[in-house]
Design a protein around this ligand. Sequence first.
Ligand code: NAP
Length: 454
Amino acid sequence: MPYATTNPATGKTEKVFPTHTPAEVDALLDRAVTAFSSYKETTYADRARHLTTAAELLEAEVPDVARILTTEMGKTFAAAKAEVSKCAVALRWFAAHGAELLADEEIATSAKRSYVHYQPIGAVLAVMPWNFPMWQVIRFAAPALMVGNVGLLKHASNVPQTALAIEDLFRRAGLPEGVFTTLFVESKDVAALIDDPRIAAVTITGSEGAGMSVAEAAGHALKKSVLELGGSDPFVVLPSADLDACVRTAVTARVQNNGQSCIAAKRFIVVDAVHDEFLERFGEAMAALVVGDPFDPATDVGPIVTESQRDELRSQVEEAVRQGATAHTGAAVPEGDGWYFAPTVLSGVTTDMQAAQVEIFGPVAMVLRVPDVETAIATANATTFGLGSSVWSNDEAEIARCIEGIEAGAVFVNAMVASTPEMPFGGIKRSGYGRELSELGIKEFTNAKTVWIA
Ligand code: NAP
């Protein structure tokens, strides 16, 4: 696919960018390797200064940068501004804590002194998605640059201006040429890049299919990889839940980012005793959402990223209804320009339906009725994914049971799933492997060197 900005709110292609030629890619890889040879010698204090400057620049430019995000992928302007601000927070957090997280770890052994020493490994390739086009990149780049690695970004082909803005941000923050580079390469050429000896490791945030290709290429080249893939997160509602907070959060958890978030709640698993009340209130709240121009402050839900993704959403909903689900609200494509889809609630969904087995990427909520907490946990786990999960209860024993029993990279109790720099983020099963953010994330692309002094 060519790199192009196509506005999902209008369907119009606004700008097209040529892909880099093989010779240009070659030169950019050489430049990254050269940059690494001196960047790895810089101090944590130097790197922290650059990341802090990048944060300051972003904070001063939130609306300008957010405008690019909204134009390229359709999230509401408010959501785009929040994303940009969150990036600044992460840059500051890794600048403040990187040195401490990467400090030598003394370990008591029979040696005179023994410790683990963390070192950078080189140029890390990041294959990134369009849905949080700045956050996903900063989530990779802030820790990677703090470690002393250099970054190569292969961004999604529909967010080229965001990719260039991030490269420009790091340049203006004073990082030397080659420390962070945007490559305009096609996804079919990613495997060859991973195989290139100048690339040390690869991280991908994206769909299962892309993750499989990247993992295969990394395995072939025997290179470290981190995979952050899709999800079909459960949102479990138990009888003792505070339904007011639960319904309010359920709506946000499903329609955040126009419903296109890996950690959006997708399957609402509700115990019999509260099912009908939850369904009625949730359906009303979803029906009341304002769908429209993402730049209009009154809008809750903007367009779907592409026409083909919008059409796929429609056919997934139609198939669920054909298989026996009931559509309470939405399930329709509004008239007019842009790739909109009305927020939809499907009830009567069962685990064997296709919709419950795939990742539904849009403002479509599936409600599954279960008799008790044990069935709720089994239903939550009846998926090939294992990214996040949310549990609503005020019963300590039930909460403990869910934390232990749900197969996912995260359990949020009485809250929606979210990410924050202090806590690890990642999945299990077909949602991927490895972790981003926190101490675990910053250490993924390091050489944890064992030092033994006899
Ligand atoms: P995608 O189609 O998989 O694309 C992600 C990136 O991978 C893009 O840069 C894409 O490039 C590239 N790509 C696609 N096919 C590839 C291949 N065969 N080999 C190498 N690279 C390939 O995903 P998306 O539609 O952009 O993003 C949505 C997906 O990302 C959802 O599944 C969502 O759940 C997941 N996601 C996961 C997380 C997480 O943290 N776990 C966070 C956000 C999103 P092109 O654009 O050029 O095709």
